[in-house]
Design a protein around this ligand. Structure first.
Ligand code: UDP
Length: 478
């Protein structure tokens, strides 16, 4: 009979910033339960780990203090390290489906000869590549959903034909779905919409099919109490184990001081000293994750609104990759001088350190789920500036379900106006509801803190998952 101490899992992760952070954090949680974790990802991650993360070796059983017990294994996705995967997603996905998939399969097959893996945990982008291999290797599959339960529920109900949906070409059509607020088509994840590239929609179709077939566990980076009705509504369809918030322990007030993140770019730590000199709850933090690239008009409008607001701000504008510099947007001439020392613009930062700084007043975010989870877990109110994918749905949840933020109103395919950005800044910092929003943010943070302590809802879900693994393994071997 197997015991928990013998459990080994493999987490196979896409190399994007938004996938590698929750992967590392989940790995740490599993390790704390005594599980051995191997992370399988691409050589791009290895390259960035060595360049930007004070890591000197990524040999298996990495010696760096942050990821002491994680075994890393890397494969080539078939593209050169400086290829812009975010900009050329179709080429990237095709390469992953062909060369990448072949390399990944032989790596996983070889690893499975060296260890008795109880489960392969996969992110949605790689699920289809892994399914058949896992069947051949007779290893059960779990699926790590790095979005809220809400977007899983909406997508699953749509792609598996569970509920009827209105015409998705009309952004103003409404739909009522179990466990969710009233939604308009404009609030849906954009990967559901007919206008979205077919290769990305296909990932979702495949994912839903996999959940109906050989995925044994759906693990979601959320908290039961954050999305109770939605989680309950999935229990008879495709039950969700809520295992979040996948953030660094220090955000939740645990003893560990380390930032469990992997920087894909060089973080400018000077911004923390800069924040140290700002009064509490005074600074607007603006960042749009690792993929979004603002258009010039968007940069101009944000800059003008920040200038007019007279508030302090810290703004992350990610650098262009080598060879693409000429496409970079520019700050309006004289903007930094005119904002007179109250603003700092950096190319990348340790976002969780920034979010947990007392100087922060609010976070203007694209509503990427990691950024949202990190901000909610830090008690920082949000200004939602959604672009695409799951972001419109997350912006809706922030306002309608969490109550810890506001969101910009703007038409689909339009750029938010200066006045609208100013309105949101005023509302969240000085408006009549500012105090209520802040109180709600503190309440949400408290829920996050309790979820992962011993006996909390997410802690129990992780325990249950590990017990299930042992049970499934014993059953298969019986
Ligand atoms: N992030 C960071 N520094 C920055 C901006 C972002 O470390 O300056 C991290 C952030 O903490 C989060 C991830 O990048 O973990 C972004 O993930 P998210 O899901 O929010 O957005 P995506 O990049 O997938 O669009």
């Amino acid at each position: 009979m197997a015991t928990i101490e013998e459990v080994s899992v493999m987490i196979v992760s896409n190399a994007s910033q938004g996938h590698i952070n929750p992967t590392l954090r989940f790995a740490k949680r599993l390790i704390s339960k005594g599980v051995h974790v191997t992370i399988v990802t691409t050589q791009l991650v290895r390259d960035r780990m060595l360049k930007y993360n004070n890591v000197t070796s990524t040999n298996t059983n990495s010696q760096n203090s942050q990821n002491k017990q994680i075994q890393f294994e890397f494969f080539s996705d078939g593209l050169s390290l400086d290829f812009d995967r975010e900009k050329n997603t179709e080429i990237f996905i095709n390469s992953m489906r062909t060369t990448g998939s072949k390399n990944m399969s032989s790596l996983i097959t070889n690893l499975a000869k060296t260890r008795d893996y109880y489960c392969i945990i996969v992110d949605p982008v790689l699920l289809t590549n892994i399914q058949n291999l896992a069947i051949q290797l007779e290893i059960p599959v779990a699926f790590l959903w790095m979005q809220p339960c809400a977007t899983f529920s909406i997508s699953y109900r749509y792609f598996s034909n569970i509920n009827s949906f209105p015409n998705l070409d009309d952004p103003n059509e409404k739909v009522e779905l179990p466990g969710l607020p009233l939604l308009k088509v404009r609030d849906f994840p954009t990967y559901m919409l007919p206008s979205f590239p077919q290769h990305n929609r296909q990932i979702m179709v495949d994912m839903c099919q996999a959940c109906d077939n050989n995925v044994k566990w759906v693990l979601a980076n959320t908290i039961y109490e954050w999305e109770e009705e939605c989680v309950k509504s999935m229990s008879n369809l495709s039950p969700v184990y809520t295992i979040g918030p996948l953030v660094s322990e220090f955000i939740l007030g645990e003893n560990e001081k380390n930032n469990v993140s992997m920087n894909m770019w060089n973080a400018e730590d000077s911004c923390i000293d800069w924040l140290d000199n700002k009064p509490n709850s005074s600074v607007i933090y603006i960042a749009f994750g690792s993929i979004i690239e603002l258009k010039q008009k968007e940069v101009d409008n944000i800059a003008m609104a920040l200038k007019n607001s007279k508030k302090s701000f810290l703004w992350v504008i990610k650098p262009k990759l080598k060879g693409y510099e000429k496409d970079a947007t520019k700050l309006p001439i004289g903007f930094l001088e005119e904002t007179n020392g109250r603003g700092l613009v950096v190319t990348w930062c340790q976002q969780e350190k920034v979010l947990s700084h007392p100087a922060l007043a609010c976070f203007m975010t694209h509503c990427g789920w990691n950024s949202t989870v990190e901000s909610v877990s830090s008690g920082v109110p949000l200004i939602g500036y959604p672009f695409w994918l799951d972001q419109p749905t997350i912006a809706k949840i922030i306002v309608k379900e969490f109550g810890n933020g506001v969101t910009l109103n703007f038409e689909v395919n339009e750029v938010p106006s200066v006045e609208e950005i100013e309105r949101c800044i005023k509302e969240i910092m000085d408006g009549p509801n500012a105090k209520e929003i802040k109180n709600k943010a503190i309440e949400m943070k408290e829920i996050a803190r309790k979820a992962l302590v011993e006996g909390g809802s997410s802690d129990k879900s992780i325990d249950q998952f590990v017990k299930d693994l042992v049970h499934a393994h014993n059953f298969a071997r019986a």
